[in-house]
Design a binder for this molecule. Structure first.
Ligand SMILES: [Fe+2]
Length: 288
């Protein structure tokens, strides 16, 4: 016997977070809180966004698809840039950290996927867009059938070393924590578009805890994060329990898909649409 999929009201705590009532005062208050946090420190956590009773359904889904995670490793500095031998050895650009990735591609979720149900629910994307204060004509659900909704799988010893994001924002849902470790640490505004603040960045890499804030995200917490100016990391996960985080992706144009090379690297495969788009890009001679 199969149980029917959860309704959106069973998944999201709509009493606390009225995404289904965008004209209400409560919605306006929630939005202004999100915007204030995102403006001041580039981070907003919507605690208990997914109801506690729905978490086990999300965990069951993650357990079911975790085996399909593609594992890849790379050594990267905090900027994801190349080494520069003209700089001193201590420079952040010259420090490389091992990063292990394990992402479950989006095509592993069943039609009744609760994670996808949240992503595709009509009330979700407009809320994220409004919280990030992105213009309506520059914010769309990602068109990539392997990457629009994914799960990051982290086993003991895994995490993410310090880095700045190359994308403007990240939207994640905590599904399951490891037994210990796996804390999200970030340094709001450690650099800006005008100032790389190399001394400050170097200090954090050397252990300065002054600018570091720590978030202990719990299953069901939705996090909206601007990681371009905030150095951040996930500390190593400890214990037998796997850490699962759902990642919702957006793009500034409709129907966007990722490049072939990046898709292969992150998911270990590509779909016909990736190859078709790559060929189209080649034909029009544009760089991207
Ligand atoms: Fe990041």
């Amino acid at each position: 016997m199969t149980t029917p999929p959860l309704t959106i009201n069973e998944l999201i705590d709509l009493e606390r977070y009225p995404l289904d009532r965008p004209d209400s005062d409560e919605y306006a208050a929630l939005l202004s809180e999100c915007r204030a946090h995102l403006r001041s420190e580039g981070c907003m956590v919507v605690s208990g966004f997914v109801r506690p009773e729905a978490i086990e359904v999300l965990v069951a889904e993650a357990d079911r698809v975790a085996g399909a995670a593609h594992r890849s490793y790379n050594d990267t500095n905090i900027y994801f840039s190349a080494d520069d031998e003209s700089l001193p050895k201590s420079h952040p650009r010259r420090r490389f950290y091992r990063r292990s990735n394990a992402f479950v591609p989006a095509d592993n979720f069943r039609a009744d996927s609760p994670l996808r149900a949240i992503y595709e629910w009509a009330g979700f994307m407009p809320f994220i867009r409004a919280a990030l204060e992105e213009p309506e004509d520059r914010f769309f659900r990602y068109g990539d059938p392997l990457a629009d909704v994914i799960i990051n799988v982290v086993d003991a010893g895994g995490g993410f070393p310090w880095h700045f994001d190359t994308n403007n924002y990240t939207v994640t849902l905590a599904i399951q924590n490891g037994d210990a470790g796996g804390a999200f640490e970030y340094c709001p505004g450690l650099r800006s578009s005008a100032d790389e603040n190399v001394p400050g960045v170097q200090a954090v890499l050397d252990g300065d805890r002054g600018p570091v804030r720590t978030l202990d995200l719990q299953p069901g917490d939705l996090q909206i994060f601007r990681g371009r100016y905030a150095l951040h990391r996930v500390t190593p996960v400890e214990g037998d329990r796997t850490r699962y985080v759902g990642i919702f992706s957006y793009a500034d144009a409709p129907g966007m898909v990722a490049r072939v090379e990046r898709t292969r690297q992150l998911y270990g495969k590509v779909l016909p649409i990736h190859l078709e788009r790559e060929n189209a890009r080649r034909e029009d001679m544009l760089a991207d």
